[in-house]
Design a protein around this ligand. Structure first.
Ligand code: NA7
Length: 544
């Protein structure tokens, strides 16, 4: 039985992104001593780090808003239906000012390790400035897409041009993203996920030559962004409470419900008309409002895949290039669908060249650029839009050790095991917000992260009121939750597609283990489950 010891803080929150700052605020408001830590120099998380040209929301600005609760949304004027990075960062900053939580943060500081001390029932946190502190509860809000994936190409250090990951865009002396003028430059982009698809059309406009190094094409559909007029903004404001309630009813907390029909229940003509309507509408409708069996039935999926492939063939003039841009390895929507603006038209420009690095991989970098076979691509700038070590990557990079020194990275070696995606047995008082298996990594983070922050706050208040200082899930509750998460995911067409939400482990005996990092039960079901657990006295948790 763990003993009581007075730690330096009731809680340490790792991360100053949209979820972390809200968690810090809630704990402070409820009289707990809390320290927030973030490697960045300020708040913003994703919106702080990702400053590449073209970076913007791929979901409606006004649906990304739990800050409504803090009075931010009613005052905020969105300039575009899908806000750009700078506006998003201003928005998070405004929310931070309103919540007055900067004073609780240590910025520019990384958490190196977090070790649970069995004998004192506290976590010892080591920071990269060498300092150590203790806390009762450790709460990570490190983001599902914050640990960048930078390929280690041989010879990269020899490259004489500029090379950087999209989330580490070069900064000026004041820390602002440098505007890189691509004019007259030979530019390379590696990666064609959501990030590459946002950068490519912009670089294409001015670069002398743009080489897109594509390993796997994605199914991309039009974003349809536009400015919000003053009149529209007035209407959005009046509708805001409804929008917020509505998104809470949808599986992903984005403003989209699936169509109730199966694809096979609709005539070919009506199906095509339905797809045309979705393709022309701004945003994610084509993915999230499609037929209800889109991600369950191969036949249903093939209809939409054929439709989008047809659009790519129409939009890209060179038939060979068009074919290379059409995915053949994964169903439509089995990866997050990049929302594009003139992406396919970029390939009609004479200065844009698609290089298929699945057919012929980059072998190494030399001084001038990447070498493929006999050809060296002579480049001034190369942007690695190569994505992230998703969901658990940011936690894997911290030395987290629980009961008896067990490492979290070992406990999750074959895939995460959690209860409600929030706690793991053997790691007492540790909560992972927007972590694996809790719905929010596959959800509108603003909404789902807030739900978790509120839920964790309630649990800590319950513990305080009950004189409890120790919590962890029971083995049975954790197993039941984890088995259900894996079983639900296995039923979908996403199960066989590698995306950032799948952890792939190559075992020494040659077997490959593929595990989902996300919960696909949907927001309403997740919320219901969390509420049931709390209502039943936090059933499934052990307290002391
Ligand atoms: P993504 O969607 O994971 O895309 C990463 C891209 O980088 C993808 O095309 C990868 O190809 C490619 N990649 C990754 N590693 C390599 C190497 N070593 N060589 C060549 N190409 C590589 O990340 P994004 O940043 O674009 O988007 C992340 C999320 O941000 C997105 O889902 C939205 O939610 C917002 P692959 O497919 O692995 O063959």
């Amino acid at each position: 039985m763990p003993k009581l010891m007075s730690p330096d803080f009731d809680a340490v929150v790792i991360g100053a992104g949209v979820t972390g700052i809200y968690q810090t605020y809630l704990l402070d408001q409820n009289g707990m001593s809390v320290l927030g830590v973030d490697a960045a120099e300020d708040v913003g998380g994703t919106w702080y780090w990702n400053r590449y040209p073209g970076c913007r929301l791929d979901t409606e600005s006004y649906a990304y808003g739990y800050f409504a609760l803090k009075g931010i949304i009613p005052e905020w004027t969105w300039s575009e239906h899908f806000a750009g990075q700078a506006e998003m960062l201003r928005y998070v900053n405004a929310a931070t000012d309103k919540m007055d939580i900067r004073r609780l943060y240590r910025f520019g500081t990384k958490v190196i390790s977090a070790h649970y001390q069995d004998e004192n029932n506290v976590w010892t946190i080591t920071l990269d400035d060498g300092s150590e502190l203790t806390c009762r509860h450790l709460i990570s809000a490190t983001g599902p897409l914050s640990a960048s994936n930078m390929p280690q190409y041989a010879g990269l250090d020899r490259f004489q041009g500029e090379a950087f990951h999209s989330s580490s865009w070069p900064r000026d002396d004041q820390g602002r993203a440098k505007e890189i003028d691509f004019t007259g430059k030979r530019v390379g982009v590696i990666g064609t996920g959501a990030t590459g698809v946002q950068i490519i059309p912009i670089a294409a406009e001015t670069a002398e030559e743009l080489f897109v190094f594509q390993r796997t094409p994605n199914w991309c559909t039009p974003l349809g962004n536009s400015a919000i007029s003053d009149e529209d903004m007035t209407l959005i404001r009046t509708r805001f409470p409804t929008i917020l309630e509505y998104v809470k009813t949808t599986p992903t907390a984005f403003p989209y419900h699936r169509d109730r029909r199966k694809a096979s229940e609709v005539s070919e003509q009506d199906r095509t008309a339905f797809f045309e309507g979705l393709y022309d509408k701004p945003g994610y409708g084509i993915w999230l409002s499609g037929f209800r069996d889109l991600l369950l039935s191969k036949e249903s999926n093939q209809y939409i895949a054929d439709f989008v492939a047809g659009k790519i063939r129409q939009r890209v003039h060179d038939p060979d290039v068009a074919e290379k841009l059409i995915p053949t390895d994964h169903p439509f929507g089995a990866k997050r669908v990049p929302m594009e603006t003139d992406y396919y038209e970029s390939y009609n420009r004479p200065n844009v060249h698609l290089v298929d690095i699945k057919a012929e991989p980059i072998e190494e970098f030399v001084e001038a650029g990447p070498r493929i076979g006999d050809r060296v691509y002579d480049l001034d700038v190369i942007i690695f839009a190569t994505g992230f070590d998703g969901v658990t990557g940011s936690l894997d990079r911290i030395d987290i050790r629980g009961h008896a020194g067990e490492k979290l990275i070992d406990a999750w070696a074959d895939g995460p095991s959690t209860y409600l995606g929030l706690q793991t047995r053997g790691f007492p008082n540790f909560f992972a917000l927007v972590g694996p298996h809790n719905g929010s990594a596959f959800c509108n983070v603003g909404i789902c992260g807030a739900l978790q922050a509120e839920w964790v706050t309630q649990m800590l208040l319950y513990m305080r009121a009950s004189g409890l200082t120790y919590s962890q899930p029971t083995a049975a509750a954790e197993k039941q939750w984890t088995d259900a998460v894996y079983a639900d995911f296995a039923r979908t067409l996403m199960a066989d597609t590698n995306a950032w939400w799948i952890k792939v482990t190559h075992k020494p005996d040659g077997t490959v283990v593929r595990r989902t990092l996300v919960y696909v039960g949907g927001g309403p079901e997740y919320r219901k489950r969390c509420e049931e657990v709390a209502y039943n006295g936090y059933e499934g948790f052990e307290f002391a």
